[in-house]
Write a protein that binds this ligand. Structure first.
Ligand code: SF4
Ligand code: SF4
Length: 326
């Protein structure tokens, strides 16, 4: 029976805004995100971690479709359930006053002249109904919505969250992944694609965000949304252009205009896709990439240390100075 990890915990603290120019620490938290799926985000996250020359942790926060583990040989896997607290009504105490239903913003508890009915899948576990009940007729019971696995692979510590199929609330599972972050060790965070709540939950505790995109109209459209998201969060960020060669230079022109650093370009190379399809990390299939990912990580750490002007939404940044990874 796995231990339960209740997810109404403290969210990771945001950082970046107002950061001092240089931080003395080395345990940077680097999030890898993308405005759209299928850009190569997991490839970048996994290879950033595997190219590390020292201890590192990889957090797979893409909890609706975690797949970083497919590229890793893991040992000592420990798996814990993730639960949220949902209300259970003691009908012997309830006077059907309806206050619990009135306070619930999600219509997850409904009382219409009778003891309330709870709809567990709509409940966000906020505890509001329990607190407002004048009769103390509500207690909380845990409901499992996913799991977090922690495993090792040499100097790599791996944490993965997985939302149970059919469940809708990814953020509590992502918070549970973050709660497993080992302090003092650098971390790479594989964030969910997009710009909605799960992505924000995954990246907001990071020091810097690498936005992976591709040089297509869709890639640019979704990159613009992703840049707006990290700017709103006040997080330093840079761009990695994957599959260079399938489109044009619209990403580079956008980044130059916006003062966003292009940190790396990865060629559209069939051998990379073949290694991915076989579950072989790029740095294993083509070891020459290890040094390039190491350099990429150094650039990201530099951005994190600078706490760039992007954090305040201003112009600036490093301009279009891509590291050629192809
Ligand atoms: S607030 Fe308490 S007493 Fe009122 S309907 Fe809800 S459970 Fe019953
Ligand atoms: S815990 Fe919050 S979300 Fe769930 S039923 Fe109560 S008020 Fe609604």
């Amino acid at each position: 029976m796995p231990d339960a990890s209740t997810a109404r915990g403290a969210a990771p603290a945001a950082s970046g805004a107002g950061a001092t120019p240089v931080k003395p620490r080395r345990d940077w938290r680097i999030a890898v995100a993308s405005g759209k799926g299928g850009t190569g985000k997991t490839t970048v996250a996994v290879n950033l971690a595997l190219s590390s020359r020292g201890p590192v942790q990889l957090l797979d926060c893409d909890v609706e479709a975690p797949n970083a583990r497919l590229f890793l040989s893991l040992t000592d896997v420990r798996r814990n359930a993730v639960t949220i607290p949902i209300p259970e009504v003691d009908q012997t105490r309830c006077t059907a006053c309806g206050q619990c239903g009135e306070i619930c913003a999600y219509n997850a508890i409904v009382a219409m002249g009778a003891p309330p009915i709870v709809f567990p899948r709509l409940c966000h576990g906020c505890g509001g109904c329990m607190r407002i009940c004048p009769r103390h007729a509500i207690r909380e019971v845990p409901r499992e919505i996913g799991a977090v696995a922690v495993a090792g692979n040499g100097h790599l510590r791996f944490v993965e969250g997985e939302l149970t199929i059919g469940e809708a609330m990814a953020p509590p599972v992502i918070r549970a992944v973050w709660s497993e972050l080992a302090p003092g060790t650098p971390a790479i965070i594989d964030a969910p694609p997009g710009t909605t709540c799960p992505t924000i939950e995954a990246v907001r505790g990071s020091d810097v965000v690498a936005l992976v995109t591709e040089p297509t109209p869709f890639g640019l459209h979704d990159l613009e949304l992703a840049v707006a998201m990290v700017r709103a969060l006040g997080l330093p960020h840079g761009v990695i252009v994957n599959r260079m060669g399938i489109g044009d230079d619209r990403i580079q022109r956008y980044c130059e205009r916006e003062g966003v650093a292009v940190l790396a370009e990865i060629a559209d190379d069939r051998s990379i896709a073949e290694a991915y399809a076989r579950g072989i990390p790029l740095v294993t299939a083509q070891p020459q990439y290890a040094a390039r990912f190491h350099e990429l990580r150094a650039r990201l750490e530099e951005l994190a240390a600078q706490g760039t002007q992007h954090a305040q939404g201003g112009a600036g940044g490093d301009g279009c100075d891509a590291q050629e990874v192809s």
